[in-house]
Design a protein. Sequence first.
Length: 360
Amino acid sequence: MLTPFALHVSDQDLTALTRRLRDTRAPAAFPAPGWAAGAEAETVARLVRHWGDGFDWRARETEINALPQFTADVADTRLHFVHLRGEGPHPLPIVLTHGWPSTFLELARLGDRLANPSRYGGDAADSYDVVIPSLPGFGFSAPSGVPTHDLWHTLMRDVLGYDRFAAHGGDLGAGVTSRLAAYHPSSLIGIHLLAAMTPPGEPVTDEERAHVAQVARWHAAEGAYEHQQQTRPLTLAHALSDSPAGLLAWIVEKYRAWSDSAYAFTDDDILTQASIYWFTNTIATSFQPYFSHRPFWQRIEVPTGFASFPADLSRPPRSWVARTYDLHRYTAMPRGGHFAAHEEPDLLAADLTAFFRPLR
């Protein structure tokens, strides 16, 4: 059964957060400039001040509640999701899956462009019924022991009544989308990805070898967060669940490092994402997909589209993706980073539309 969802943080929780922020103890000065050693102290201090005195959570809460949101019990898991009905005569149902440290909200700009293309100069015949769930243990969805791809399949088919549908995802969402196609191929008309599974065997072209080397360099420089969340997430979770400044620092560094532009996210965007994690106390459970991750590879025979954004941490060449997926479309984007749905929603919506149009 679907239950309409409206977000309301109590005045007591807002007051408690403000008190913690005003009592923040900043770290001692560190002998490294700017962002060289992690989240820049001046930036975090500025955001902490704004979060505690000036950030209008109630205004953001109103904006969030303007989205049509629901909860449903799926396999004994309470799932939260946005459901945007398409404007056209035959909208294509699609499920969009976010990653970490994102929330469902990061996909809202893309979702509106897909559901209402005529607002953005497109054709209503290309519209979608857009479903944007919160990953289990993220924000307003409960943690679950059921594989996420199975929850999504049940939500789309049995709860919402879509016999066949499309799917898109990046980061963790790309893994969920790939598994959805692997385990439920008859329900998928196609999938669109921003990241791809690693194929078995050695790289076979110079371009693939360069990609493997680039990924290794990235992990050496940027991958400490992933290793911590895979191996000792609870140790980290104690600190981030108790300190809003610590939670903010952990998140803002990723938004800065993985975006194509420092201006892709406003201060209020960052603080809204951090607030969702804080008020729901879900930073710990958001680490679960890393801790429970098991290597997975399977040849995907569902038609696949792939968009490669130049500032993303995952930019595999076309041949690399085609070794795993039935690749119908590969687009090298002119700009954009890891959070493409928010950074470049027009580019991503256009690519999704071009890929899925012949599959409708």
